[in-house]
Write a protein that binds this ligand. Sequence first.
Ligand code: T1G
Length: 694
Amino acid sequence: MSALVTYTQEGDIGIVTIDNPPINASSQAVREQLLSAFEQLRNNADIKAIMLSCAGRTFMAGADIREFDLPEIPAPDPNDIHALIESMQVPVVAVMHGTVLGGGLELCLSCHYRVAQDSTQMGLPEVKLGVLPGSGGTQRLPRLVGFTKALGMIVSGQPISAAHALDIGLVDAIFNDDLHAQALAYCRNITDVDHANRVIGNLPLTLSDTDKANLEQQVNKLPTADKGGNATRAAAKCTELAGSLSLAEGLAYERQAFVACRDTDESKALRHAFFAEREAARIPNLPRDLPLRNIQSIGIVGAGTMGTGIAMSFANAGFPVVLQDLSAQTLTRANELIAKTYQGSVTKGRLTPQEAQHRTDLISTTEDDLQLSTCDLIVEAVFENFDIKKAIFKRLGEIAKPGAILASNTSSLDVNVLAECSGRVPDVLGMHFFSPANIMRLLEVVRCDHTAPEVLATVMRLAKRINKVAAVSGVCFGFIGNRMLEGYLREAEFLLLEGATPSFIDKALEDYGMAMGPCRMIDMAGVDVAAKVVLEQKKSGSLPDDDTYRVVVQRLFEEGRYGQKTSSGYYRYEGRTPVEDTAALELFARLAQEHGITQRTDISAQEVVERCLYPLIAEGYKILEEGIAYRSGDIDTVWLHGYGYPAFRGGPMFYASTIGPDRVVASMQAFAKHTGNAFGYWDIPSSLAKAGAN
Ligand code: T1G
C-alpha cells in the first residue's frame, strides 16, 4: 500500500503527514495509517509535541464521500482516531492550509492546538451533502467556539476564513508564510505547557437562554425535512444535545443521526449532484493531458446586458477583456453597468475598492472590432438575430488571430452554421451563458460537429477558471436546458387555459422545490423575450401544428404585458410583488373559449407538477438518445445550476430514477389518453419506455 501517512522528526517534534491527493480525503486507508502512526507515537519518549500536516494543496477536505454508499463506515472509525489523539501524552498541533472541511476540520478539533496558513478556509459543509458532521463536529465545535457560532457554521455549511477562525478561537495562530517552519516554532513553544485543558471533548457546554433563542430562530428558518431541510434540522438537533449529553453520548447520537441522514433520498440526491457537476467537466474519450490552447486575453462582441455580464465574468477571474460594440451609446451603458455592479459588490463588502477598480480596469471598451484581433478567445454576444451573427462570424474569421477560439453565446441557434461562416470550423463552438452572466454559474458549452477536441477541452478548463459549472451540449434547438424547458412551459400554459391560475401553478412547482414557478420566471425574464423565441420558432416552421401552442405568452406579448418590466404579465405587479390579476385570468379564459377549451376546477398541484416535469424529463431521455448530452448527470447539472431546480431532488433525471421511470411512463400514458395526444406531446421516448419497463 502506498504511504498515505508518513512520519518524520525534527528534533523533539514528531511530524505526521497525510498525503492522499487530490484533497487528502479521509479514506479507509488514510485512517488505517493515521491510527497506526499515532499508536506508534503514543509512547515515544523522544518527542515533546506532534505536528499533524497534509501534503499537497489542502489539509484534509473531508471524508471520502464515496464511502457513504457502503453499508458501514469502514474501520477504523474516525471517532477512535480522534479519541486517541485527544489522549496523547504530548500536545498535537494541527497545521492547516487550503480548504479544511468536514472530517478534516473534525480531525483538527481532536488536536490540542490548531494553526493555519492565513489563506485557509475551514468549515463543516456536510449539510450540503444531505448529511451532518459525523465524527464529532457537532459535539466539539460548540464546546470550543460557543453554541451559537458553531450552530451557524454547521447549519449553513459555509466555510470561514482563517482570520475569522482566529477571532472566534477556532484556531490559535495564523501564519502568512513558511507555514511549516512557523508551525514547528509554535510547537516548540508549547512543549512544556500542560495541554490537559486543551482537550476540547472535556470542555463543558451549557446552552444559555440566548443560545436556546438563537437555536429556535435558526431552526424556524429551515426548510421542512421533506423540502430539503432534513440534514440541517438533524444537525441542529445534534448540536443542541452537545449542551446536555456527555461527549460519548453526544458522539453516539451524532453517529446514528449521520447514518440516518446518509441513507435519505435527499443525501443521495445531493451526493449525486456533487459528483455529476465534476463529471460534467470531463469530456469522454479525451486524454486528460491533451495540449490546450493558451487563453490569456478575451474579446466580447456585443456590449448589451449579456456581453457586459460575460465581460465581468472574465474580469472577475483576472482576464483582460476587450468589449466591443458598434454603438458608443451601448458602450456607455455597459461601462455604467460595470461601475454599478462593482460598486454594489464594494458596498456589500464582497470586494475592496481596489479589487473593484482592478476588475474595472481589466475591461476596455471599443467600437473598433480590429481591437479583437489579438484576443485568444472571442465570444459573440449580440442579440438573437441569425443574420447578424452570421455576418459577425464571417468578420471574425477575417480579423481574429490564428488559433483564436471563436464562441457564440447564442441560446438556441445552429452554431454549426456560424462555424461555416467563420471559415475556421475547428475553432468554433458555443458558450451559452445564463443571465445575469456574471452571477449565474451554468455555462452550456456547445460542441459543433467539427469543433477541434482541444478547443472543447480548452473551453471546459477555462470554465472552471471563471468559476462556471460547465456541461457540454451538442447542437440542437435550445441545447439541453432550453430544449427541456419547452415542454415545461407548454404544459404550464395549457394549464392556464384549462383554468389553473398563475399563482396555483407557481405554488405547486415552488412547493416541489423549484426556485421560481414558470409564470413568475417568465414575468421576470420578460414575456417579450419568451414570446419572441416562440415567434422565431413559428417563423422557422418548427412549432407543432397546434394553434393553442404557447398561445398565452403570444397574447400577453400582443397586449403589451411584458411582465415585471411593464408591471403586468401573467401577474400584475405592486413593485416587484406579483399579484393575481383578474385581467390576466379573463385573458386566459377568453383564449380558452376561442380555442374551444373547457375550463375546469379540479386541477391538483400533483397534476401541475407531473404535467410540467414529466415532459421535461422525457426530453432529457431524448437528448441522451441523440447524444446531445454525454450523461444524464450532465443534464441534472444544467438544471441544478441554470434553472433553479432543487438540489435536494438531484436534478430531473436523478428525480426520475428516484420515483421510478415506470411512474413517469404511467403518468404520461394517462395524460396521452386524457388529451388524445394529437400532437405527440406525450410520446414516450424508447429509452424511457425501456427504463420504465425494467
Ligand atoms: N470525497 C471524495 N472525492 C472528493 C471529495 C470528497 N470529500 N472532495 C473532492 N473530491 C474529488 C472530486 O470529485 C474531484 O474528483 C477531485 O476530488 C477534486 O475536487 C465525516 C461525513 C475540497 C473545495 O464536502 O468542496 O467529511 O473530478 O474538483 O474545485 O463528518 O472538492 O478529479 O475525479 O472539487 O479544487 C465533507 C467536498 C465531506 C468537501 C476542492 N467535505 N469537496 O475543490 O476540486 S463529508 C466536503 C469540495 C465529511 C465527516 C463528513 C471540493 C474542494 P475528480 P474538485 P476543487
